[in-house]
Write a protein that binds this ligand. Structure first.
Ligand code: FAD
Length: 609
């Protein structure tokens, strides 16, 4: 077996670079193992029969949301039981079948506490957060989970792990924050080799910050919220904020080719990434420090972006950082309908320099947000009624048509003032009405609640999931309508209870088009494995997206969930090139997670529906 070459040492901090103190030990046990997010936070039904959010982490925490359950009953045309439909069950965890020789080799490179075989931990490392995964994590379990979870703290330990896997014929699956929504962390059920999940979260240091040249070298296991906190201490931001930023990691963002909500100002992960180090079965992919822009033939960055754990383990990355903005301000605009909102976005993008984040919610999603409003009393209640009366009565906005655009402005005071003036003037031109910063802020805060809500409604029999795409401007409206139509047809065709909730928002703007993000929810029929029917609906929606000219994914990635669609997207030559790259870099398929195009075998095409 080929021996990996010894790595060139990671770059050292030089004069003028700031070396932040190592972060305090992070308590990973504060996270749920079988649901999204933190253990102290969950939606639940209180004694009065209303939904409330526990904990103290989020602005909504501690508030009662009396409109939510009535809204769900009314919109989905279903009954919602106040008691969970199915209590959490003790799921069987497949026994670990770790090759003793592999374990012995691991013990030579890792301290004892970095080799864990606890059942609950193994189970958690065998899944991400797709609907099926969370359902299985809570009720059914998985046919195959990792046999061991490894926590390397240095790149040389990662090299040792890869060498041990090569020598003993084991399979490795890199693990960042575990927030994948593409089944990428699932173990192939037929994998007979020992499977080790390599959790990078002990590699979480910002190695250095170069304040003059605005760069930082950060280890791959650093979690988004910690990166933000630490860079902010030195007056900087990465500006990459996926909705999973609280839990996802830098390595995961690179491996999935992620996108953050403020990409208009800071760029997507590919714009922020200046260099990457990765441990592969052929050695450490590294290079001397990159220039601001280069033409150097090979570019390892490109190989690792979207590699989905199939080519090696990303250990650190050099990223572009920006000074913290002088001002951050939320805003929102109401439009009479989705088409008016879309026309506004098109012109806004055409003007250039749109605000850091611009999101357009369709009417259903707007009403969903309203249903999650906390109970108001006294003056706040009166003000809210008056506002509603003003918008729908005096201004004549229809409650069943109007849509909301939420905004985040970031920059210097002058920049923000100029953007604010320009954006609201354009909004007025498209018939929009300024709706205040608190509504805008609430829209973004809800973002962090969505996955908690999904897990809450699942316990009450409602299945929900999001999926996304990107599409040229000229077909964006058509795509949104087509996907909604198709989902309703498929839902009705199967005689499922009630009505499907299918809603979309535009989350990212580009000169050539937009990212469209959908939510799908409906009450599942009684019975086993409700996620199978859900997968049929999602599959049909994806089919419709591709038919209308949308991308297979804008930022979630392919994983195992969408792999079967790849032959509809790429020519055989393109897929063959990816397979050849995989075989050359990883001839023994050590990184055998089986995601996306970097796999040893051609994917089974998904049948057209
Ligand atoms: C509520 C919610 C909101 C989300 N919002 C967004 C969003 O706004 N934008 C967005 O882009 N995505 C979003 N996602 C999807 C997910 O957060 C991203 O795909 C994220 O980039 C995954 O990062 P992670 O660290 O959790 O990686 P994981 O989920 O642990 O892993 C994902 C994949 O990357 C591989 N991987 C992880 N770390 C490494 C490494 N160091 N080296 C090599 N391979 C590695 C894994 O093997 C796996 O294939 C969201 C998910 C949820 C559940």
């Amino acid at each position: 077996m080929p021996e990996p070459s010894r790595p060139a040492a990671p770059s050292e901090p030089t004069a003028g670079r700031i070396v932040p103190a190592p972060p305090p030990p992070r308590d990973l046990s504060e996270e749920h193992l079988d649901a999204w997010g933190f253990r102290d936070t969950a939606f639940r039904v209180n004694a009065a029969g209303h939904v409330e959010l526990t904990g103290a982490r989020y602005p909504l925490a501690g508030s009662e949301m009396p409109d939510f359950l009535p809204w769900v009953r009314d919109t989905l045309k279903i009954e919602v039981d106040l008691e969970p439909r199915r209590p959490l069950e003790t799921r069987p965890v497949p026994p670990a079948r770790l090759d003793p020789a592999f374990r012995e080799a691991l013990a030579k490179v890792l301290p004892p506490d970095a080799i864990q075989q606890d059942d609950a931990l193994r189970m958690r490392h065998g899944h991400g957060h797709t609907l099926e995964e969370v359902y299985r994590a809570r009720y059914e379990g998985f046919p195959r989970v990792p046999d061991v979870v490894l926590y390397p703290a240095t790149e040389s330990q990662v090299v040792g792990i890869v060498e041990a896997a090569l020598s003993h014929g084991a399979c490795l699956i890199p693990f960042g924050g575990g927030t994948s929504v593409t089944d990428a962390l699932r173990c192939p059920p037929g994998e007979v080799r020992s499977i080790a999940s390599v959790d990078l979260r002990r590699m979480n240091r910002i190695r250095w910050i170069d304040p003059v040249n605005r760069m930082a070298e950060i280890e791959a296991g650093a979690v988004g919220r910690h990166i933000s906190e630490q860079l902010a201490e030195h007056g900087f931001t990465l500006g990459h904020e996926p909705d999973s930023v609280e839990l996802s990691t830098l390595g995961g963002w690179i491996a999935t080719h992620a996108s953050g909500m403020k990409k208009n100002r800071y760029g997507n992960i590919e714009d922020l990434l200046l260099d990457v180090r990765a441990v592969t079965p052929r050695g450490v992919v590294s290079r001397s420090e990159p220039g601001p822009r280069e033409s150097v033939s090979a570019d390892p960055r490109r190989w690792m972006l979207g590699s989905e754990g199939g080519l090696g383990i990303i250990t650190s990355a050099l990223v572009r950082i920006s000074p913290l903005p002088e001002l951050q301000e939320y805003g929102s605009i109401l439009f009479r309908g989705f088409d008016a909102g879309l026309a506004f976005l098109y012109e806004l993008q055409g003007q250039g320099a749109p605000p850091a984040s611009v999101r357009l919610m369709d009417n259903l999603q707007f009403r969903f947000g309203q249903a999650l409003s906390p109970r108001r009393a006294g003056v706040a209640k009166l003000r809210s009624r008056l506002e509603r009366a003003f918008v729908t009565g005096l201004r004549g906005f229809s409650p069943d048509e109007m849509v909301a655009c939420t905004l985040v402005f970031e920059g210097s005071r002058r920049e923000v003032a100029e953007q604010r003036r320009r954006v609201y003037a354009l909004g007025r031109k498209h018939g929009g009405m300024r709706a205040g910063s608190s509504n805008g802020a609430r829209g973004y805060q809800l973002t962090f609640g969505i996955a908690y809500i999904r897990d809450f409604v699942m316990a009450h029999g409602v299945l929900a999931e999001s999926f996304e795409t990107s599409i040229p401007w000229s077909r964006a409206g058509e795509l949104c309508a087509a996907v909604k139509r198709r989902v309703h047809q498929e839902h009705a065709r199967r005689g499922l209870p009630g009505v499907a909730f299918i809603s979309c928002r535009i989350t990212q703007l580009y000169p050539t088009g937009v990212c469209v993000y959908f939510y799908l929810a409906y009450k599942g029929a009684e019975g086993e494995r409700p996620y199978e029917v859900f997968a049929e609906l999602e599959h049909a929606a994806r089919d419709e997206i591709l038919r209308t000219g949308g991308a297979l994914s804008h930022h979630h990635g392919v994983g195992k969930l969408r792999k079967g669609f790849l032959p509809r997207v790429f020519s055989e030559a393109a897929l063959g090139w990816a397979r050849d790259t995989k075989r050359a870099l990883d001839p023994h398929n050590v990184f055998g997670g089986g995601n996306g195009a970097f796999v040893a075998d051609a994917p089974e095409p998904t049948p057209r529906v």
